[in-house]
Design a protein around this ligand. Structure first.
Ligand code: ADP
Ligand code: MG
Length: 259
């Protein structure tokens, strides 16, 4: 069984320390929600796991089954089974969804030696058909340009289709703080649910500002991130508490002894 273990992770951006020691363990099949106010470091955490060059790791580690992901190149993290959905996915005019998915899948299948290991086209088609049926994605989707003029919900649908095609060991989903309408949230929730129905293996780190997505996805654990630290961990009842009290109470609790 796979484990993703974040240990005492400290990260800075432009010499400013954003994450001040994150500890978190996600096991195969678990859904962990990370919630926190704007600017608390949620996107910093997801982008650091996937190796965005802007973030400087000051200390700590991110271990996938004991291997430190932070010391291997980004493409190899993906090959080890990591999937990151972007908060703001880029549009690629002129590249169809179908060819994008095929290129992305084959890039992940390249062997450690650099040797290609493309998924044969008939298998790719069969897999795509199966996943599109599961996620109720319309055929017309495939010939459109990647994210070009896509609604929030359509972007999320593509993200979920990608995730299902890849069958990652761990997925990090960073949900945007605004602009995600209820339909888009439902697409993500249904995508996660469908993944777990198929095989309960993928571990998920669902990063979100709003608790409303947690009405559709039931996390095993909820973590509250404030000022670059996980200050509370609980079950889904913690999300409900946050909804009724807001984030301020966590901050007040946290700094109560220091004022
Ligand atoms: P969240 O996703 O929780 O809203 P972020 O990880 O995006 O938070 O940001 C955490 C902190 O890092 C914030 O204080 C933000 O102002 C700062 N930050 C984010 N991006 C940059 C950047 N490019 N340059 C400087 N500071 C940044
Ligand atoms: Mg963010």
């Amino acid at each position: 069984m796979s484990t993703l273990e974040i240990r005492d992770l400290r990260v800075s951006i432009d010499a400013k320390e954003i994450l001040n020691g994150i500890d978190l363990t996600v096991k195969a099949g678990e859904v962990h929600a990370i919630m926190g106010p704007n600017g608390s470091g949620k996107s910093t955490l997801s982008l650091t796991i996937m190796g965005h060059p802007r973030y400087t790791v000051l200390g700590g580690s991110v271990l996938l089954d004991g291997e430190d992901l932070l010391s291997i190149p980004v493409d190899q993290r993906a090959r080890r089974g990591m999937f990151l959905a972007f908060q703001y996915p880029a549009a690629i005019p002129g590249v169809s969804v179908a060819s994008f998915l095929r290129t992305a899948i084959n890039a992940r299948r390249v062997k450690e030696s650099g040797e290609k290991n493309d998924l044969p086209i008939p298998q790719f088609r069969a897999l795509l058909k199966e996943k599109m049926k599961l996620l109720e994605v319309d055929d017309s989707f495939l010939t459109r340009s990647v994210n070009d003029g896509f609604s929030g919900g359509e972007k999320k649908r593509l993200e979920m289709l990608q995730m299902h095609m890849f069958q990652p060991t761990f997925a990090v989903l960073d949900e945007t703080d605004s602009g995600l309408d209820i339909d888009a949230l439902k697409v993500v929730a249904e995508g996660i649910e469908a993944l777990h129905k198929e095989s309960a293996k993928t571990g998920i780190l669902l990063i979100t500002h709003y608790e409303r997505i947690l009405k559709y996805v039931r996390p095993d654990y909820v973590h509250v991130l404030v000022d670059g630290r996980i200050v509370r961990t609980g079950g889904s009842e913690l999300a409900a508490e946050l909804e009724s009290k807001g984030y301020e109470f966590v901050r007040e609790e946290l700094y109560a002894g220091q004022r």
